[in-house]
Design a protein around this ligand. Structure first.
Ligand SMILES: *[C@@H]1O[C@H](CO)[C@@H](O)[C@H](O)[C@H]1NC(C)=O
Length: 196
């Protein structure tokens, strides 16, 4: 069974209120309902396979493996390769936040982010990056077509990686000059330790 969890019109889960009654303390009841549906083998944990089956872009393609792995790594506090209900609850909020931003930046409501929409999104998020950089993201993360566009999974991946790299840069850019000097060793360490 697949849930169009992340589209503009998510399927209404049946029995939300009764399923939500058993939600552990601190876990959003709606997230708990989703957790139980996504945990298809009822192991109490979500594997990357289960996550991938649950997450669908607005064009009905499954989320790509890289984004699913990145998200599992972010919310898997025990490094087991799977996420429990608390990790899922945090992941659920994380996805909702990105989905809301995605819909906000998808100005023509096409269900995907075009080059122009991405350029505007990055600028509104406070990034001072060139059109060439946006073009690089589009050619790397959008399927080739006459009007390439980014699906939600790639948007989450790209924005999260940008945030992580920005934080790493800021730690070194103590004078807030927008420039840092790095040795090769520092560069590879900074990059390797931040890859999600
Ligand atoms: C949906 O988008 C993905 C990623 O952008 C693309 O690879 C795929 O071909 C598209 N699928 C359909 C059914 O259009």
């Amino acid at each position: 069974m697949r849930f169009r969890l992340l589209t503009a019109h998510p399927l209404q889960l049946p029995l939300l209120s009764s399923a939500a009654r058993g939600a552990p303390p601190g876990v959003d009841p709606e997230a708990y309902s989703w957790f139980q549906s996504v945990d298809s083998d009822h192991s109490g944990c979500i594997s990357i396979k289960e996550l991938k089956q649950a997450l669908v872009n607005s064009n009905w393609s499954s989320f790509n493996d890289e984004t699913c792995l990145m998200m599992i790594n972010m919310f898997d506090k025990t490094k087991s390769g799977r996420i429990d209900v608390y990790g899922f609850s945090a992941l659920w909020k994380f996805i909702q936040q990105w989905k809301n931003l995605f819909q906000q930046y998808d100005r023509d409501r096409s269900g995907s982010i075009s080059y122009t929409e991405l350029q505007q999104a990055l600028s509104q998020m406070g990034y001072n990056l060139s059109p060439q950089f946006t073009q690089l993201l589009v050619s790397r993360y959008c399927p080739r077509s006459a009007s390439p566009a980014m699906q939600l999974d790639r948007f989450i991946q790209v924005c999260t990686q940008l945030q992580v790299l920005t934080e790493a840069f800021r730690e070194k850019d103590t004078a807030v000059q927008g420039n840092i000097r790095l040795s090769f060793e520092d560069f590879v360490t900074m990059t390797a330790s931040r890859l999600l």
